[in-house]
Design a protein around this ligand. Structure first.
Ligand SMILES: Cc1cc2nc3c(=O)[nH]c(=O)nc-3n(C[C@H](O)[C@H](O)[C@H](O)COP(=O)(O)OP(=O)(O)OC[C@H]3O[C@@H](n4cnc5c(N)ncnc54)[C@H](O)[C@@H]3O)c2cc1C
Length: 808
């Protein structure tokens, strides 16, 4: 007998794959029993049933790795139950067959230390001893993680569903959601082929079908179903007592795990195969009856993988293949999960698992349940947050271009500062043609083309300053030349891509005072640097707020953070406040340096005596400009905003005016070096929702005498850990982020961001360290590609600690 469809549930989850059931399981753990999971077919009939089931933990970010570690902990705990998922903790090997891959492996081994993962570096021969089916030809070395493993994805799903049911969750299969009711921007319920259900919270855990489900509520979930293949061999060896570890050989694009006496072998094909798209525009159109089904075997596409597998494991030459599994799976444009609350209040998304959904499901379920119950994630999930996708990902075609690139380069080494190429250029600033004509090397952020440096400045730079190793890739001597121009004369930066938010209305001042840790509702024309905190006291937003009028404020934040920050503010706003993204309305030129005032005076007849952290409307040449006396580089100057259509004229005017004063155009890489010397933080790296302003060294912004969100979580006591500035003894050894930091004889923290300071002539790194190690002069060492580089904690900022240049 089919269970009856309830008319109401506090929370409805759509999707009975490993993602949906894990969220239900963890909601039950947190005491939410009024949860209904709806599955249009059988449990595990989407991507989950045909997964290869490998669970690897080491990833590129702390939060993601932590999630994978949470998964392993859960999978261990589920063993022995009624639905034992068959967790085999056989360990995992990852081979390195090129010098660059070996460097990557050593770098990862460094991260692993800071994540608490017991990863070891082993020789080619040791790898072969652990996985005797492989030949060690061409292998330089490998990493070994004893806690990796594999399991049965379907059994895992049943185990999670069972746990959820025990906690009160109802699970209805053969119940298809056909519509989502949204009223006043919030989710109200779902329509199904069996009736309607009201709910407060809805979770779209629809795997590759999640985009289609999102469309029912007008929510764009940017993902593409991609075909992914692996083969299963017949048994061909005696198993004996032990288990073979999993084996990844990224240089050959392949992975293996044992399957009884045989092997499972898959890989990332160089030729990707998006599946079930309507026409050529990339919009997914999965057949309504696609459940419990696979795609046709595609041996042509798999050929390179199969050949490579025989090179590494010669036994593959002779074994019989039982089947080639070809199944579709949801991929996102940057290869990271897509999680969190959408623009529709109460509608959460948990999808886009990019072929590591089994490895991630335990951690994802935990994080999502905490997010739903607590109203905020319990750890920094920004890199996986659905709000990282700007409006340009509304385009299925653009999404598809990026997804293909990500899939086809999945196993390639990801060098820091590497720029993706697909779907560019898209958003261009008004002075784009000028930049191109002057040899700009562009990077991309949130769809914007942004100048990293200009080739035209290379001749003025010093090639001898090129950092060693990876930091010396995607580098140019122009960066140093642009940096020095800014410190010695003046530099002009195109900052049009900055995200800009306007908050207005009768309740605007009160709202911002309630959200900001600093006092921002000050005199009209004043600018304040502030943070907004979450309830844990962590820094949720970090930006400047300018008061334009009694009831109008302008916020400028990082290019990639606009949607995130806007959503944070909007979600706390009442009907008397309007929160608007005005990014596309304003172009921006940053003009800084000791001669910046002379440059601006040459182009403007206005009084330029406005003080630090104030704003004024002026004219620059023929262009109406809002001049903000702020800086992110530590020099006298302005951010000069004008309506977008004047942007090219503003740039030209400033450029012409500045030439007699040694003005140089500069890019974002010079800005990064300048800001490091001044100790200005980058949100998402140096400061995240996991650190309080005190830990981040931003306590000077906090006004504890006023009431604001997160204040109660701030402990007046000195923080147990602090972000601090390190300088390394070897200026050519440059940290790129996540490197372990040794202090007091042990690994005590990790680098949050690093780079070279061309004025102080030091390699600089920021790191969060326990309080006992933050005193200037404390000796530290940073592991850069396996080599411990000595250094010390330094008093910050390294450049102009009195701020005299800024106040000019
Ligand atoms: C060939 C292959 C190999 C893989 N190997 C690995 C691996 O080794 N390790 C690893 O970690 N990951 C692997 N993956 C990835 C992993 O399988 C997926 O990430 C994971 O299964 C996705 O789970 P999910 O719950 O998000 O989606 P799904 O399992 O697809 O579940 C979504 C569910 O939503 C249901 N649904 C959709 N629309 C509706 C609706 N309107 N109403 C009700 N229900 C609806 C669907 O029927 C489906 O059951 C592999 C994937 C593939 C394709």
């Amino acid at each position: 007998m089919r269970a009856e469809l309830p008319s109401r549930a506090r929370c409805v989850i759509i999707g009975g794959g490993v993602g949906g059931t894990s969220i239900a399981y963890h909601l039950a753990e947190l005491g939410w029993s009024d949860v209904l999971l709806l599955e249009r077919s059988e449990l595990t009939s989407g991507s989950t049933f045909h997964s290869a089931g490998l669970v690897g933990q080491l990833r590129g970010s702390v939060s993601l790795t932590r999630m994978m570690m949470d998964s392993v902990e859960l999978y261990r705990a589920l063993a022995g139950g009624e639905h034992d998922p068959g967790w085999i903790e056989c360990g995992g090997i990852r081979l390195a067959c090129t010098p660059e891959r070996w460097e990557e492996t050593r770098r990862q081994a460094g991260w692993a230390k800071t994540f608490g993962l017991p990863l070891e570096l082993i020789s080619a021969e040791e790898a072969r001893e652990r996985f005797p089916l492989m030949v060690a030809d061409g292998v330089i070395g490998a990493s070994w993680l004893p806690t990796d493993g594999y399991l049965d994805p379907s059994m895992l799903t049943y185990a999670l569903a069972d746990g959820a049911r025990r906690g009160g969750c109802r699970i209805l299969t053969h119940t298809r959601v056909t519509g989502i009711d949204v009223r006043d921007g919030a989710v109200r319920g779902v329509r199904t082929d069996r009736g309607e259900v009201e709910c407060e919270v809805l979770v779209d855990a629809g795997g590759m079908y999640a985009a289609e489900i999102g469309r029912m509520a007008g929510v764009r979930v940017p993902l593409v179903p991609m075909a992914h293949e692996y083969l299963v061999t017949q048994p061909f060896r005696e198993r004996g007592g032990g288990h073979l570890p999993t084996l990844r050989d990224p240089d050959h694009l392949i992975y293996f795990r044992e399957e009884g006496g045989g092997l499972v072998m898959g890989g990332y094909e160089r030729r990707s195969a998006p599946w079930a798209l309507a026409g050529g525009d990339g919009l997914d159109a999965i057949p309504p009856d696609f459940n419990g089904r696979l795609l046709e075997e595609d041996w042509d596409r798999f050929e390179e993988i199969a050949v490579n597998a025989r090179v590494r494991v010669p036994a593959m030459e002779d074994v019989r293949v039982t089947r080639l599994i070809n199944g579709p799976e949801a991929f996102t444009p940057d290869g990271e999960f897509c999680l969190g609350e959408s623009d529709v209040r109460g509608l959460f998304v948990a999808t886009g698992f990019c072929a590591h959904g089994i490895a991630g499901a335990g951690g994802v379920g935990k994080a999502m349940a905490e997010w739903i119950v607590g109203g905020e994630p319990s750890l920094d999930l920004w890199r996986m947050d659905i709000r990282r996708f700007g409006a340009h990902y509304r385009s299925p075609r653009h999404t598809l271009a990026r997804v293909r690139e990500v899939y086809e380069t999945y196993y390639d080494i990801k060098y820091p500062n590497h720029e993706r190429a697909a779907g560019r250029p898209l958003r261009t600033p008004p002075a784009y043609d000028w930049h191109r004509a002057h040899g700009a090397a562009f990077g991309e952020k949130s769809g914007w083309e942004r100048v990293n440096w200009y080739a035209a400045n290379e001749a003025e730079g010093d090639e001898a300053l090129r950092p060693r190793g990876w930091a010396g890739r995607h580098w140019s001597p122009a960066i140093g030349a642009e940096h020095r121009a800014c410190r010695e004369a003046a530099a002009l930066f195109d900052e049009t891509s900055f995200a800009k938010i306007e908050v207005s209305g009768a309740g605007a001042a009160e709202l911002l005072e309630r959200l900001c840790d600093n006092r921002v509702a000050r005199d009209v024309g004043r600018i304040t640097y502030t943070q907004m905190l979450n309830r844990r006291g962590g820094v949720e937003c970090d930006f400047t707020v300018a008061r334009l009028a009694a009831d109008r404020f302008s916020i400028v934040t990082g290019t990639a953070f606009g949607r995130h920050d806007l959503a944070w503010i909007a979600r706390h706003a009442g009907p008397d406040v309007r929160v608007e993204d005005v990014t596309s309305r304003w172009a921006c030129a940053g003009l800084w340096g000791p001669r910046a005032r002379e440059v601006l005076a040459a182009a403007s007849t206005d009084d330029l005596s406005l003080g630090y952290m104030t704003l004024r409307d002026i004219a620059v040449g023929d262009v109406p400009v809002r001049a903000l006396r702020v800086t992110y580089v530590g020099e006298l100057g302005w951010e000069l905003y004008c309506p977008m259509e004047y942007g090219a004229a503003l740039w030209r005017t400033l450029w012409e005016a500045g030439r007699p004063y040694g003005l140089r155009a500069g890019g974002y890489r010079a800005i990064d070096s300048l800001r490091l010397e001044k100790g200005y933080r980058v949100w998402g790296a140096d400061v995240t929702p996991d650190e309080t302003p005190y830990e981040a060294g931003l306590g000077f912004c906090v006004k504890p005498d006023k009431d604001f969100v997160g204040r109660d979580a701030l402990d007046g006591a000195a923080p147990a850990r602090r972000l601090c500035c390190l300088v390394l003894a070897d200026p050519r050894a440059v940290a790129l982020g996540n490197e372990p930091v040794r202090a007091g004889g042990r690994v005590a923290g990790r680098v949050t961001s690093g780079g070279y300071g061309y004025t102080v002539e030091r390699s600089i790194a920021y790191a969060l360290l326990p309080a006992e190690h933050v005193v200037p002069g404390t000796p530290v060492a940073v592991e850069v590609f396996g080599e411990w580089i000595e250094g010390a904690v330094a008093a910050e900022p390294l450049f102009d600690p009195q701020g005299t240049r800024v106040r000019g």
